[in-house]
Design a protein around this ligand. Sequence first.
Ligand SMILES: [Zn+2]
Length: 462
Amino acid sequence: MIMKFVPFAVLAVPAFVAAHGNDHARLYARQATSSAPAATGTPPATVSFSLPTTNPTAVPLASITSGTPVLPPLSVTTTYAAGAQPTFLSNAPPLPDLSKVLPANYPALDKVPPTDSPQVQQWIQDVANSGITIPNITATVAGGCPANPQAAADTSRCWWTCGGCTRDDDITTCPDKLHWGLTHDDGPSPFTPNLLAYLQQANLHTTFFVVGSRAISYPTLLVEEYMAQHQLGVHTWSHPDLTTLTNEQIIAEFGWTKKVIKDITGVTPTHFRPPFGDVDDRVRAIAKAMNLETVIWTRISPTATFDTGDFNVAGGTTSPSQVLANWEQIMGNATTISTGFIVLEHDLFQQTVELATGYILPAALANNPALTIQPVITCLHKDFGDAYIETNNNSTNPLPVTASGSGSSGSSQSASGTNSGSGAQATGGSGKSSAARVSVDNLLSGVVTGGVAIVAGLSALL
Ligand SMILES: [Zn+2]
């Protein structure tokens, strides 16, 4: 397969910019509560940083601004025929016919999907039949920790946003020291091909946490990600704060994103990342009932979260040099922990991709000590096929829920790895609960679990 890149003729940018308009406003507000300079609309002054190397073709930092594009986005022109068989995954279904993936058959973009559709009603029933109990935790209100003091103080709900609480099943690190579980969120976008081109050249693979609304906007890019052997994960349909939604809305967010990824690629992810890391035990349980494992990012203290802050460059509230200083800090912290790590980065904006391909990834490849850079599924020592329900190895990696609808009753299902239509859960597996899954127990959980002493200032860092 030969890949050629040509400039995009037309940029369909407004949709995803609009989708995250509120993000900017909120992150802007968060920054105002941090120790960083007050958010006045002016990015912080240039800060110093040190990188072992940069890409000779990198866009100069001074040109990475919240303004107009500097480099044209690339369009991958490889086309994969409907029915083409992915050869890198055993039991992968053939590629679907994209001409049948019609936006009219999906919810409105960038809005929480309605819950009264037959499809969502079916998923609600599937969750009810899963055998997994959804804890009765009240939804939060918009505004994060300061707006929810009672919820923030309630350690029983294990709300990551306010205190960094994690459960054993949360994936927040890679188990092996200096292994980096590479992730990029919020795409695909018109700039994703620039990242794909770099990753191919550098022989790197990432995990893309995909927004369903972006997948329906850029289906061919999603196929490119998949066929280039990057891992696809769920990042919800409309990128909400999940803890603010009802159970039914959360199910709709997960269900439609799983469905659109399957409709476009033929496979259904087994992992998800909560937007903003906004997850509590209710969201965790619903995710598990829909066969989605929770992936956040590494956080070793209230002031040491492995977040590059790249998302804020496009909005003008963070400078590129601050992102690279954050990266340098992350690298320093990575050497102090006994596990590997997972970092928050994005492929939604030109600026985030330029920072990744021009600076962060070249520096990471030249890092001393050397890093092992892998998709999350690989850094967890799992088969790559375990990234998807259809190709999951049910004997070595039992899914939380089997098609029989029980998460704990055992099962006589075959391990065929097949999948019924309609968004149903996978077949096969032992029916064992998540306790049998690969442990990525966070040795730092004692430090970061359940802390509520932070609240106001910390929210700025998440
Ligand atoms: Zn996101």
